[in-house]
Write a protein that binds this ligand. Sequence first.
Ligand code: PLP
Length: 407
Amino acid sequence: MIRINEHYLKLQESYLFSDIARRVEKFVQQNPERSLIKMGIGDVTRALPPACIKAFHKAVDEMASDSTFRGYGPEQGYPFLRQKIARHDFNDRGMDIEPDEIFVSDGAKCDSGNLQEIFAVDIKVAVPDPVYPVYVDTNVMAGRTGAFINGRYEGLVYLEGNRQNGFVAELPEKPVDLIYLCFPNNPTGSVIDRKGLQKWVDYAIENKALILFDAAYEAYITDDNLPHSIFEVKGAKQVAIEMRSFSKLAGFTGTRCAYTVVPKNCMAYTPDGNSIPVHKLWNRRHTTKFNSVSYPVQRAAEAVYSDEGKAQTRQLVEGYLSNARYIRQAMEELGYTCFGGSNAPYVWVDCKTDSWEFFDRLLNKAGVVCTPGVGFGLCGQGYVRLSAFNSVNNVKQAMQRIKDALS
Ligand code: PLP
């Protein structure tokens, strides 16, 4: 008899997005004449930069001729892309990362979900709350948690973000082995400074723990005092893996390209305490289960590092950041305390009431869709997330509607 992985039965349905869809559908049915502006989505809205499109087209043309055609590429990514990443994202910023420490992939979602596979099932895992749900659900699937009780999984350590700590969690009180951190943060837009990040790295060194650092929103950092990478922090190469993505940097959410940095001196341990390089394990996993990103997509990603590509992606990100500033300012003018919105494309609003109650109010009175914070974890209750991924016109119109409806 074929039996299922019973850990899947512990998973909660994604009530968040299905609930949002249900409420939006009901609104549309009851108000067919009213237009809706979606400020809840975490997906980009603007086209790929011209430099990427040009490289993409050229690479597709290469596939049309036997002499330039490419079949399977190296699983870890083509050297031309890994070299550019190492140089521009790390070496030029003073970090000593080598091309063969970079694993190109089809998304930070996949990487942040898959990396847990190379660690033992009985390790203690710490996740942020509010959280990007992939970190939690993939550990549930792997059997690292107990049941879901009162909004939380037994066995996980929740790193609580709240108004007092500015949504940058404190170190856990009891030792943990695997720590998920995400800065700039989805959903709160919070950021961490070097001193704050150093505390986590020191903790990991002291406890022989490992940090999975999700830097999918790194491109949104404009403040020079903030680290762009965990590897800017002393000792991080021993205890951290970093995930990056071209999704929010260059509009690759549908095109798919990302990468993970696994330093060669980052270690994990056997039960009797022998150290094993994580790089070796991840390389084995990646080459066994993944066949690389398509050649044209890697060429399109490479173009991000050209002079035009840099200027064009900067402009793209600036546009979303300017939306974020506008949203935050408008909400603050209405008397709401906000987090994020600078160095991040999300504005996290203390809505002074139940998250869903505020969601319904914005939907019904303003025709604006947001994301209820409680959908990201218990600590998100009383907050909503507004996303800057939209056109300037939509953002302005949405904020005017919110102003008219709430003031
Ligand atoms: N990590 C975080 C924190 C995200 O918010 C997202 C997407 O919304 C991702 C990873 C996924 O990135 P990718 O498109 O590279 O899979």
